[in-house]
Design a protein around this ligand. Structure first.
Ligand SMILES: *Cc1c(COP(=O)(O)O)cnc(C)c1O
Length: 420
């Protein structure tokens, strides 16, 4: 009987030691992604920086590992910033995103010394300049531009529609110039460039090349009209991963290399220079490295469906319910057996939509089997809730035959400790 291993540790052993549902990361896989991104994303012509979008999965152990690879951090809230600070992250490499940062968050980030604010709108630019002045704290700002590019992705995670809530549209020169003016008058906030992010789970390189062409064209216009040159440019993240065996994303390292080549080509073509190119992978850094190990409970037929129930559900992975996201899974102890059943894998949350996999062919399952869902490393734990008072899973890193707990399982006590 073959037993599935993650990082050289059998899933059965992991389940026995840490319980289920359990999030397990293959640590070497994350390192590989980090290293291929850093090595692919380098240029002779401008500086480069790879920044991890921490919302995909945030943990001190991960932040320390990525920090050692020279990677910076993208945070969207005071809470995410706090996590990077606690992990001892290099603040000069922190990019503070978000479309509605509070005054408290701006103050906190300035005091922490974050390297960059990614400014979303005119009001924020005004508040940032004012608070930086009051605190006499220096920082740099990138203005988030909506390049108006729609990539092939699910509607809910498409951010560049003309009426998107993120950034200022590339054709809205009035508001773009208002931000530039506000920032240029500040002694403390240096306007160092622009940012764009076209969406998520984008598997083809052409969308990013198109975004680079558009953004570099935009920089060329600003150079001609306003004399701005040698700005920094962040092209965001959104690189797709392989959820199903049929998904064929461009590998992260190759994607990075193609973006560098495109940026070098378009800056030459459009006669504009950039001082630094930044990218912000989230999902592609951790997604495929992560697995969720569930224990199979009861099974039943309902209508024409064979339900297989697991001991977690939408509370630890809301993506199927939220985005119709698709996953695949195996039975850890039966990975070498031929599939003979079609199951609907459902969780134990009180929602009919709490289905993790609508249809999957598996060997005949028995109660107590381990069902391992693949590629759950991004936006699983970070979007988890304790709906129905299910505790969040424990998280484990596994590598070279060893495993270590990095986040302990949420207990009943943990869940009720905020009540006063
Ligand atoms: C979410 C997000 C990312 C990361 O997206 P992934 O799909 O996880 O790579 C990067 N930049 C910004 C601004 C984002 O909102």
């Amino acid at each position: 009987m073959e037993n599935l291993q993650i990082g050289g540790v059998s899933c059965r052993k992991l389940a026995d030691e840490f319980g289920t549902p359990l999030n397990v990361y293959d640590e070497n896989r994350i390192k590989y992604q980090a290293r291929s991104a850093v090595s692919g994303f380098s240029s002779q012509q401008f500086d480069t920086e790879v920044v991890y979008a921490s919302k995909a999965f945030s943990s001190a152990a991960l932040f320390r590992m990525l920090g050692e690879e020279g990677i910076g951090f993208d945070v969207v809230s005071g809470g995410e910033l706090y996590g990077v600070m606690k992990a001892g992250g290099d603040m000069s490499k922190v990019y503070f995103h978000g479309n509605n940062k509070s005054d408290e968050e701006i103050s906190m980030a300035l005091e922490a010394g974050v390297g960059y604010f990614v400014v979303d709108n005119v009001m924020e630019a005004g508040r940032l300049v004012e608070i930086a002045e009051k605190k006499q704290r220096e920082t740099r700002a990138l203005l988030r531009i909506n390049p108006g590019i729609s990539a092939h992705t699910h509607e809910y995670i498409m951010t560049a529609a003309p009426d998107s809530k993120f950034g200022i549209h590339i054709r809205d020169r009035k508001h773009i110039e208002e931000v530039i003016q506000k920032l240029s008058r500040s002694r403390y906030v240096k306007h160092s460039g622009f940012h764009s992010h076209i969406g998520s789970q984008i598997v083809e390189a052409e969308s990013f090349e198109k975004a680079l062409e558009t953004m570099i064209g935009f920089l060329a216009e600003l150079k001609a009209d306003l004399g701005l040159d040698n700005m920094e440019l962040s092209i965001g993240g959104g690189f797709g991963i392989r959820y199903l065996d049929t998904d064929k994303p461009v590998e992260l390292g190759d994607m990075c290399a193609r973006m560098i080549a495109a940026a070098e080509r378009f800056t030459a073509e459009k006669n504009v220079s950039i001082s630094k190119l930044i990218t912000e992978p989230g999902r592609s850094m951790v997604g495929e490295a992560g697995y969720t190990v569930y224990t199979v409970g009861d099974m039943k037929t309902s209508g024409d469906k064979n339900y297989l129930f697991v001991d977690g559900g939408m509370s630890d992975n809301i993506r199927p319910a939220l985005y119709d996201a698709e996953y695949t899974a195996v039975l850890a102890d039966k990975a070498d057996q031929t599939p003979e059943m079609t199951y609907c894998v459902a969780g134990k949350n009180c929602e009919s939509g709490d289905v993790l996999i609508k249809q999957i062919r598996l060997p005949k399952a028995e109660s107590g089997d381990l069902l391992v869902m693949k590629a759950t490393g991004a936006y699983g734990y970070s979007m988890a809730s304790n709906y129905n008072r299910l505790g969040r899973p424990a998280v484990v890193f596994a590598a070279d035959g060893n495993s270590r707990l990095i986040i302990r399982r949420e207990t009943y006590e943990d869940q009720y400790k905020l009540e006063v």
